[in-house]
Write a protein that binds this ligand. Structure first.
Ligand SMILES: [Ca+2]
Ligand SMILES: [Ca+2]
Ligand SMILES: [Ca+2]
Length: 153
């Protein structure tokens, strides 16, 4: 009877070791049994994984030309996912979301400027806002823009 109990504990111990083992090496220093070596089975080769946590999968990062291991590929202070959501270029540090809070329209890159006559799609131009940030007219393409001009002599 006593021999059977010991044999049962031995089998249970081997079962736990097998479940938690996860590999021969502790790759990320998570301690015994390989805990933390991989998050939810994600690996860098997994196209649907997001190892840098920017909200973009490895496949999306490949398509955009961004770094799948870098939260902010162009170093402009905005992470790649925020840039895609904000319709800016995550590979261009000059292109970033408008800090004044106004969303940049997805249509900004599709505008065909015609000129300055009545009914024309205006050429794009840049002005500085109250925060000292450059603002492009075409960035507001999804919105009604009310322009006020004045001249003084
Ligand atoms: Ca990512
Ligand atoms: Ca960025
Ligand atoms: Ca950018």
């Amino acid at each position: 009877m006593r021999v059977l109990i010991l044999a049962g504990l031995g089998a249970a111990s081997l079962g736990c070791s097998g479940l938690l083992g996860g590999g021969d090496e502790d790759e990320e220093g998570g301690g015994l049994f390989g805990i933390g070596d991989e998050e939810d089975g994600e690996t860098e080769d997994d196209g649907s994984a997001d190892p840098d946590g920017d909200g973009l999968s490895n496949d999306e990062e490949d398509e955009l030309g961004t770094d799948g291991d870098e939260l902010d590929s162009d170093g402009d202070g905005w992470n790649d996912g925020e840039e895609v959501e904000g319709n800016t270029d995550p590979t261009d540090d000059e292109s970033k979301p408008y800090e004044g809070g106004w969303p940049i329209g997805d249509c900004a890159k599709d505008i065909q400027a015609e000129g300055y006559d009545e009914g024309d799609a205006s050429r794009d131009w840049v002005m500085m806002d109250q925060f000292g940030e450059d603002v492009n007219l075409h960035g507001f393409c999804d919105n009604v823009v009310y322009l006020v001009f004045a001249a003084f002599w």
